[in-house]
Design a protein around this ligand. Sequence first.
Ligand code: HEC
Length: 112
Amino acid sequence: MKLSTKITTASLVLFFGAALGFAAPVSENWENLCTKCHGADGKGLTKVGKKLQLKDYTDAKVQAEMKDEDIFKTISDGVTDKAGKEKMKAYKAELSADEIKDLAAYVRKFKA
Ligand code: HEC
């Protein structure tokens, strides 16, 4: 009796732990993977961001020019310059489609 209660408790802890830990929250992904270039505020005014001449995602005009499918595609496949040199990494190997979707929505929220 006692043993089975312990087992049930342990599996509940495991279950909820896994459910919570399954996908990193979007703000954490943005913070860990994207702010180095795009900045925590999405303005792209970091050292690297300035060099890469990143767009300002708080700018309504910039937001209007971006299509949802392009945002998703850029995060999945990355960005290369004309010479094929990588400017932004492809994230589809480390992020799930849902995480990329969440990040795309997160980018939209920077609009002032
Ligand atoms: C090494 C620097 C770097 C990192 C890190 C980076 N990006 Fe980018 N990103 C770029 C460059 C360069 C461009 C292309 C220039 C531009 O659009 O401003 C770009 C473009 C974009 C675009 C514009 C797509 C469009 O249609 O115009 C989005 C959205 C974006 N990045 C999101 C992200 C997200 C989300 C992350 C984190 C998962 C991320 N970026 C990480 C450099 C980076």
